[in-house]
Design a protein around this ligand. Sequence first.
Ligand code: NAI
Length: 344
Amino acid sequence: MKFAFFDAKPYDKPSFDKFGGEMGVKFKYFETKLNEDTVDLAQGYDGVSVFVNDTVNAAVIDRLYELGVKVVALRCAGFNNVDMKHAYGKIHVLRVPAYSPYAVAEHTMALLLTSIRRIHKAYIRTRDFNFSLAGMTGFDLHGKTVGVIGTGRIGRVFIDICRGFGMKVLAYDKYDAPGLDNGDTVRYVTLDELFAGSDIISLHCPLTEDTYHVIDEVALEKCKRGVVILNTSRGALVDAEALLMGIKSRKVGAACLDVYEEESDLFFEDFSGHILEDDTLARLISMPNVIVTSHQAFLTEEALSNIAETTVNNIVTFFNTNQCENELCYRMGGAEDCKNGKCF
Ligand code: NAI
């Protein structure tokens, strides 16, 4: 099997070469992202492998179909960048449903601690032999309330970590996780109750029509003054303009963002020395109480290895049996995994 691998980074290659080599899948690495302009690079390949910021819209799907490409193998869990309705009947979409919920949940806590204990400031100060503590006062997490939106794999690991810090949890999900609500330290509540009661809000739900801009001006209005917003899920869960306004008005005490709505042309690339055109992102980054990482929450050795192994397994299983449990199916209740195998 030959696969065109888009948005390839140096850290992808060792694990994909290892598992691909072992299981007979050959990857041709392209640094460019998949989109309407680059889709013809897929000519002659059995499938394409893509990541979070590749574009798999209707035009790209139609061209892949014309080229005889049978499979889109996502190297991620989220699939908001794929037009699943349009893919149905044309191309099979496989994904990696989970690679390390710990990687993302631990990064979320790392961002939170960095922010509220001013570690990012201390690192720079002490390198300059500035040992002053002025402006470094943080706050205890113990006893604080964290609102967790999305209690799936990552959300639940994050809740465990927060419980270890002695925090109370207000949870919200479209479908409650059985056994999570203990009626005391972890409680499912409505979104409005979560907004009103949380000192910190962390987003761990997918980006869908329901969750688009779940943190917007109206939501922030309902939050406590000084709320800390954590987003390690998808950029468009947060209205970045509203967040910026919230920071300027001091309603938002701090924000930690691993994702950004307009990240696709920026994140994962080096733009140092360039003038950043995105005023909202530039202004957010300029704030002392905003920390931005460029979609790196997944980036651990364990996750990279799991991503490669699952992607290669998905491909081999699909081509050998014409079905794969990690195939996404638009028909199966709104782009859920197709447990029945053959989707079309
Ligand atoms: P998951 O599928 O295990 O959990 C997602 C949860 O969100 C489910 O419990 C689901 O019921 C819930 N949900 C769905 N619609 C909702 C709604 N309208 N309101 C509230 N909750 C809703 O997914 P997992 O593995 O926990 O990943 C969560 C998200 O993390 C992914 O969708 C992805 O966007 C993001 N992610 C980010 C990474 C990064 O590097 N920053 C890496 C991997 C995932």
